[in-house]
Design a binder for this molecule. Sequence first.
Ligand code: ZN
Length: 317
Amino acid sequence: VHRLALQFERDFVGRRVVATSPQGRFAPGAALLDACTLEASRAVGKQLFLGFRAHDGRPDDGLWLRIHLGMYGAWDFYGRISPISSAAPAFGSIGAPRARRAVRIAEYETALDPRSAGDGEPPAPVGQVRLRLLAKGCEDGTGPAWSLADLRGPSACEVLDADAVHRIVAGLGPDPLNDDNDAARERFVAGVARRAVPIGRLLMDQSVVSGIGNVYRAELLFRAGLDPFTPGRAVHEDRLAGLWADWSTLLARGVSAGIMLTRDEVDPDDVARARQHPDLRHWVYRRQGEPCRRCGTPISMALLGQRKLYWCMVCQA
Ligand SMILES: [Zn+2]
C-alpha cells in the first residue's frame, strides 16, 4: 500500500482527475471526486488515503478517498507510470519510465500486457472496475500524456471528510514508515505489553501496529525466535522493541524492492532470484512440512486469528 501511495504521488498528485465508476457501484463517490485535483497520497498500514481538492474549492474543504484492498482488491495502472523506487524495478517491463507500461499492484505486483493500453489511448475498462481515475495533460512528448488507475474488488472504498479520516487514523496502531520515532515504538510496546493475547495475534491487530499481514507476522516471529503463542505480556520489552525495529526494516525493504523479502540475502542477484521464485523469499511462510532453513525441523502450521500461521517449533521455542 505504501508503493501504491508512492505511485499516486508520482503520477497523479497535482493533477485533475476524471473519476468514473465503470461498474456503477461507486457512481455517487466517483461523481464527488470527478474533476477534482489530487493533492495528497498517503498510506497508513493497509489503508490508502487519497486527498482531493475541488477544482474551485478551498484547501480546507477537501475530500478523502479511503481504500482498503482486502484480500482480493487491486489497482491496475496504465499509461505514464513512473518508477517508484531507486531499487531495481520489480519487473523488466516496468523499468523504462517513459515507455508504455501496465502494472497491477495488489498484495503482489504483476506486469500486465502493455498492449492492453491500446494505441496510445486509455484502454476501455475490462470487467468489474469499481473506480477509474484518469489524469490527462502531461504533454512532454516522451510517452503517454495520461495516467490511468483502475480499482477492482476493494473491501473498502468510500469518500470521507478530513475529520472522519483523522478518527480512522487515530484508531490505527503506528506505522513505522510514517512514525519512525521513539514514541511510535513505545506505543507499540505498550499495546502489547499487558495483553494476555498471543503475540501472533497482536501483530496482526491493526490497532496495535499497522500493516502487518500474514506473511510478515510469520516471518517477524521467526526472525525474533519467538513462539507465536506467547502472551504479549510475557514478551520482554526489549524483544518487543526489537520486533518493532525489524518490522521497520522489513517494511522499508518491501517498499523498495516491491516484494516481501524477509530472508537476509539481499544482494542484487539474490533479490533478482527471489523475484522469480516466491519460495525463496521467506523463512517459514507457506513452508508447512518443509525443513526449517536453520535447523531442519519440519515447519508447523496452525490457525491463529483465523489465518494460517507458520513457525518452527525448535527455533521458536
Ligand atoms: Zn528451526
